[in-house]
Design a protein around this ligand. Structure first.
Ligand SMILES: C[S@@+](CC[C@H](N)C(=O)[O-])C[C@H]1O[C@@H](n2cnc3c(N)ncnc32)[C@H](O)[C@@H]1O
Length: 432
């Protein structure tokens, strides 16, 4: 008897014995509590395969592929109760139970795969060393994207092993063509603990299958739509339970093993850090502050701080608000940076001249308040701190929501004879 046949027989037996009502909890294969495995950073992981009765052959292929992978423990099977009617409502309720089961395990990271996938041989290595995981940026990520979707990604970062799904593809047509025009496919999902908390809180206020619910919840929470690059799992659609089209990953290679370390010298954007700075703007800051003594006015949660800290020789970041979040992100993004080269000050910009009476900064990024008076005041504060020829970068230049910034900066540029050296998105950079 195969494990899957044994499972089906066992479930029949259990459900007859307990006479469970249709709303009963899931019946689990291995044990009631999911087993946890620990990665090299001490983070605890759980993994489960969700399935429903009658899918023995496809399930056993999924189990076999997991057994052949480097996943350090058996991946448990969470079976939909046998008495639940076949259909999307049951499948979604069942998925919710799997989320609950993951939550109850206390895991830091929870993997849920469907019963019709083939996982890569190095799944554990690829996930536990994945940059979006190691940097603590993700709450929800997909390990698979169907080949049928047109332009599913907004941006791709092969050097960091991830890509971001297109937010424009979260809601697509319900009728013909849906499979080409919206993000779908829940073959492999990864959740942080906070991600699980949000999913459980919001699951019942969304509709559709788990894929539609997942991307809706991610969008509502303003999370990037993280996808593995290349896909870490392949679809193995031997049996189509809901007559969805057969779909495959375009680039899953079961032998793929991610490089052990993020390559030194690659720009890492704070996609998961709250803030407004775009990738192109952050990358420009990173390029232009390289090797310089840099000053940041306005850090918020640290999105621009992590861009600057990746290349600046010395960085002083100033904000009245707490530096705790930015500090946390810096530890993830630039763990190798010497602590004495970064100072996160919690004070008003006006206090800077007292702390730095000499002109020592070669680069300043100004992103505080965006009224004309504030921009004028911030520039007046920093000018005595800048070395001759220093660069001044302004954010929210040409931003409709902040109409004062561009005319004020242009006026100041004429007054001080600054030369415009770069303009990217809403970032304008001048040399003094
Ligand atoms: C637009 S946010 C900065 C966003 C940040 N650069 C990023 O990339 O996410 C502006 C920040 O400037 C801070 N700020 C504004 N005026 C300030 C002042 N006079 N002194 C200190 N901080 C100030 C605010 O507390 C706020 O966190």
């Amino acid at each position: 008897m195969t494990p899957a046949e044994w499972l089906t027989a066992k479930l029949h037996e259990i459900s007859l014995r307990h006479q469970r009502p249709a709303s009963a909890d899931c019946i689990y294969l291995a044990s009631e509590a999911l087993k946890l495995v620990e990665d090299s950073r001490g983070h605890r992981w759980c993994a489960q395969i969700v399935t429903c009765p009658g899918r023995d052959s496809v399930l056993s292929q999924t189990q076999n592929s997991v057994a052949q992978s480097d996943w350090p423990a058996p991946v448990e099977v969470t079976m939909q109760p046998i008495q639940w009617p076949v259909g999307w409502p049951s499948t979604s309720n069942h998925y919710r139970n799997a989320l609950q089961r993951a939550w109850d395990s206390g895991a830091d990271w929870s993997l849920i795969i469907e019963d019709d996938v083939l996982v890569g041989k190095h799944l554990w290595h690829n996930l536990s060393t994945w940059w979006p995981v190691v940097s603590g940026q993700i709450h929800f990520a997909s390990l698979f994207c169907p080949h049928l979707i047109r332009d599913p990604f907004e941006r791709e970062f092969p050097e960091l092993g991830y890509r971001l799904g297109s937010r424009a593809r979260v809601r697509g047509p319900r009728g013909a063509g849906w499979q080409h025009n919206r993000l779908w496919g829940s073959q492999g999902y990864l959740f942080s603990r906070y991600g699980l908390e949000r999913f459980l809180a919001e699951w019942d206020s969304t509709t559709g299958g788990q894929d539609a619910r997942a991307v809706t919840i991610a969008l509502r929470n303003h999370w990037p739509l993280w996808y593995a690059m290349p896909d870490f799992v392949q679809h193995n659609p031997l049996v189509s339970a809901f007559s969805t089209p057969q779909a495959y990953s375009t680039d899953c290679d079961v032998n793929y093993r991610a490089p052990d370390h993020v390559r030194v010298g690659e720009y890492r954007h704070g996609d998961g850090v709250s803030g407004w700075l775009t990738y192109d703007e952050g990358r420009t800051l990173w390029e232009m502050a390289r090797g310089l003594r840099a000053l940041e006015l306005g850090r918020y949660e640290g999105r621009s701080t992590v861009s600057l800290a990746q290349s600046a020789l010395f960085l002083v970041s100033v904000d009245t608000s707490s530096s705790q979040r930015a500090q946390w992100w810096l530890e993830k993004f630039v763990s190798d940076r010497k602590p004495e080269t970064t100072h996160l000050l919690e004070c008003d910009f006006a206090e800077l001249p007292k702390r730095y009476p000499e002109p020592i900064f070669e680069f300043v990024f100004i992103d505080g308040d965006h009224t004309a008076a504030a921009v004028e005041r911030d520039v007046a504060t920093v000018l005595p701190l800048l070395t001759p020829g220093a660069l001044l970068a302004f954010h929210d230049y040409l931003e409709a929501g902040h109409p004062d910034v561009q005319p004020t900066v242009d006026r100041l540029a004429i007054r001080h004879s600054w030369k415009r050296v770069r303009q990217v998105g809403r970032l304008a950079v001048f040399s003094s």
